[in-house]
Design a protein around this ligand. Structure first.
Ligand SMILES: Cc1ncc(COP(=O)(O)O)c(C=O)c1O
Length: 250
C-alpha cells in the first residue's frame, strides 16, 4: 500500500476507505496490525482513514465497532443496518472533531430527501437503548465464542467445508468440491445445483441466511440464545451432510 500511495502521489489521495472486517466479500478478518498499519500510513501522508462499518458496526463483531478490536480511530465512520436494527432505513456518518469543525464554518453541499428523518432517528435511539440495556454487544462477543467453536466443528466433520471464519456473530462457511484443490462448490459470481439445493434446504428447515456463490453466512440476530444458535447449527449440519456427497476427494 505504501508503494501504491507513493506511485499515485500522497497529495492526490484524499481518503482511504476500508471495511475493517470485510462483510459480503467473505467476512475477512484482518490480522492484528493491519488496521493499525493503515492508520499509521494515513497519518504519515495526511490521508483520511474512512471506516465503512455499515455491516460490521453496532455489535456485530462483538464490539461496538469492528475498529475497536484493534483500538484504531478512523477519521470518518459510516453506519447503517444495525443502527436501527434495520426496522427503519437510516444511515449515519461519524466525524472526528477536526473534520466536524471544518463543516461548522463551511457548508456541506449535500442533502437527502429524508435526511435526519425523525422516525428513523427515534428507531435508532430505541435500538441503542435496547443494545445497552440488554448488553447485546457483550452477548454477541460471548455467543460469538460459541459460534466460533460450532463453525470449527463443522470444518472438522464436513469435507465440503473449505474454510470457516468469524468474529463475534459475523461468520461465514466456504464450500469446496475438493479440499485438495479447494475448487469452490460454485464459481465466482455464479451458482451451482448444490448451492441452490443447500439454500432450499435451509429455507425449508426455517433457517434464513445469506447464501452467495460458494458460501453462506452465519450472522444471527444479536439477541440469539445459545439454544437457538445450536438449533441453527444443527440445521446447517444436516444441510452439509447432503452437500458432502458432491465432494470428490480429500
Ligand atoms: C459494507 C457496506 N457498506 C455500504 C453499504 C451500502 O449501505 P447503504 O445502502 O446504507 O448506502 C452496504 C450495503 O449493503 C454494505 O454492506
Amino acid at each position: 500500500l505504501e508503494e501504491i500511495v507513493q506511485l499515485e502521489g500522497p497529495q492526490t489521495i484524499a481518503g482511504l476507505i476500508v471495511e475493517p472486517v470485510t462483510g459480503t466479500n467473505g467476512v475477512l478478518v484482518p490480522p492484528d496490525g493491519y488496521l493499525q498499519g493503515l492508520r499509521a500510513l494515513c497519518d504519515k501522508h495526511g490521508i483520511l482513514l474512512i471506516a465503512d462499518e455499515v455491516m460490521s458496526g453496532f455489535g456485530r463483531t462483538g464490539a461496538w465497532f469492528a475498529v475497536d478490536h484493534w483500538q484504531v480511530v478512523p477519521d470518518i465512520l459510516t453506519m447503517a443496518k444495525g443502527l436501527t436494527s434495520a426496522y427503519v432505513q437510516l444511515g449515519a456518518v461519524g466525524l472526528r472533531q477536526k473534520i466536524a469543525d471544518h463543516f461548522s464554518a463551511v457548508p456541506f453541499p449535500g442533502g437527502l430527501t429524508y435526511g435526519s428523518h425523525p422516525v428513523a432517528c427515534a428507531a435508532a435511539l430505541a435500538t441503542l437503548a435496547v443494545m445497552e440495556d440488554d448488553r447485546l454487544v457483550d452477548h454477541a462477543r460471548e455467543t460469538g465464542a460459541l459460534m466460533a467453536s460450532l463453525l470449527a466443528d463443522l470444518a472438522t466433520r464436513h469435507p465440503s467445508v473449505g474454510a470457516v471464519r468469524s468474529i463475534g456473530l459475523f461468520g461465514i462457511v466456504e464450500l469446496v468440491r475438493s479440499r485438495e484443490t479447494l475448487e469452490p462448490l460454485a464459481p465466482f459470481n455464479g451458482g451451482s445445483p448444490e448451492m441452490t439445493a443447500l439454500g432450499k434446504f435451509f429455507r425449508e428447515e426455517g433457517l434464513y441466511t445469506f447464501v452467495r456463490w460458494n458460501y453462506f453466512f452465519t450472522n444471527p440476530p444479536l439477541t440469539i440464545t445459545e439454544t437457538e444458535l445450536r438449533e441453527g447449527f444443527a440445521i446447517i449440519d444436516r444441510g452439509l451432510a447432503i452437500v458432502d456427497a458432491s465432494v470428490t476427494s480429500g
